[in-house]
Design a protein around this ligand. Structure first.
Ligand code: TPP
Ligand code: SF4
Ligand code: MG
Length: 323
């Protein structure tokens, strides 16, 4: 059949009454839950998953726009347990994957999950670049100070003296300070929480989600199998103290002088220097433009220079140049 024949037999275009979308079903925990989590009983990561479900339920995000991504590790099994778009990707490489998705589909909610090894060891370099480029995503790092999945090797956050399969006589290397690394890297939202503090954890997830840019939360999440009780000093139920950062209210009171200005990079650095277990909450937040926004602007201005040529026309021109 020729083109002209097709045109003559095509049905006329009608201007029928507009189709209205059916009302959305409420996003419930049941709808977001996928496989039963395979973590060890008591693992801190369960609380992170429960908090994430609660935030999704509370915020009623469009189900089809939820994307969960991860590298490799116990914590990185996260996307299996969320009913949505998701990828359990390559160890340490989830930030570049998330960056591509975030830049290509800015309408999606890109959530990234992983461990201390995934984020600060093999993926450390990618975290730095995601941070400096300020690519829009919410990155949740479940820090248990150990490689859990591979059964107890020293991780970049393991404290000096930690005995593991790779350091049977005790770790001797200076650990990474996640807050300092993220501040120096250029992340524009940096927070710290604890898996036993569900309310605080949810608040941090919501604030990170609301921030435009590279938002990271470090969450102390106990590996009950290979590094038990290490986070008790920050768990009031186990005799510790969970000290929350008091943020400035800008209310001109003398008390406010002492409160933390989240836009002050040096003040954030000072908080990050505090000895373990340190403090919890938002260390740093900054409204630097995202790569998503800058790239969008650049694409628009580049397209204007071509007289708003279509993708096909641009491709054709490129091929013509190659002839
Ligand atoms: C390229 C590559 N190197 C090493 C591994 C082995 N490996 C898998 S998970 C992991 C570390 C996981 O530790 P972490 O990211 O802290 O996650 P956790 O299991 O503690 O949640 C390692 C070394 C791998 N899968 N791929
Ligand atoms: S090995 Fe540790 S991190 Fe992995 S599931 Fe078990 S308790 Fe959790
Ligand atoms: Mg770990």
């Amino acid at each position: 059949m020729t083109m002209s024949e097709t045109t003559t037999t095509a049905p006329p275009i009608t201007t029928a009454s507009p189709v209205t979308d059916p009302p959305r079903e409420k996003l419930t925990k049941k709808a977001i839950t996928a496989d039963h989590p395979t973590w060890c009983p008591g693992c801190g990561d369960f609380a992170v998953l429960a908090s994430f479900y609660k935030v999704l339920e509370k915020r009623q995000l469009d189900h089809e726009k939820i994307v969960t991504l991860a590298g490799i590790g116990c914590s990185s099994r996260f996307p299996y347990f969320v009913n949505g778009h998701g990828v359990h990707y390559i160890h340490g490489r989830a930030v570049p994957l998330a960056s591509g998705i975030s830049l290509a589909r800015p309408d999606l909610h890109v959530f990234l999950f992983g461990g201390d090894g995934d984020g600060f060891s093999i993926g450390g370099n990618h975290v730095d670049h995601g941070a400096r480029k300020n690519i829009n995503m919410t990155y949740f790092i479940m820090d248990n100070f150990v490689y859990g999945l591979t059964k107890k090797q020293t991780s970049p956050t393991s404290p000096i003296g930690f005995k593991s399969k790779t350091d049977p006589t005790g770790a001797i290397d200076q650990p990474v300070n996640p807050m300092k690394k993220l501040i120096a890297g250029g992340a524009t939202f940096i927070a710290r929480t604890h898996a036993t503090q569900v309310k605080h954890m949810m608040e941090m997830i919501e604030r990170a989600f609301d921030h435009q840019g590279f938002s990271v939360i470090e969450c102390l999440s106990e590996c009950v199998e290979f590094f038990p009780d290490v986070f008790d000093p920050a768990d009031p139920k186990k005799g510790g103290s969970f000290e929350v950062i008091q943020e400035k209210k800008w209310d001109n009171t003398p008390e406010d002088e002492l409160r933390h200005d989240v836009t002050d990079e040096l003040a954030a650095y000072k908080l990050a220097q505090l000895p373990f277990p340190g403090v919890f909450g938002v260390f740093y937040q900054n409204d630097r433009p995202t790569k998503n926004a800058l790239e969008k602007k650049w694409i628009q201005s580049s397209r204007e220079k071509t007289g708003n040529a279509s993708d096909l026309e641009l491709l054709q021109k490129t091929f013509d140049r190659m002839k």
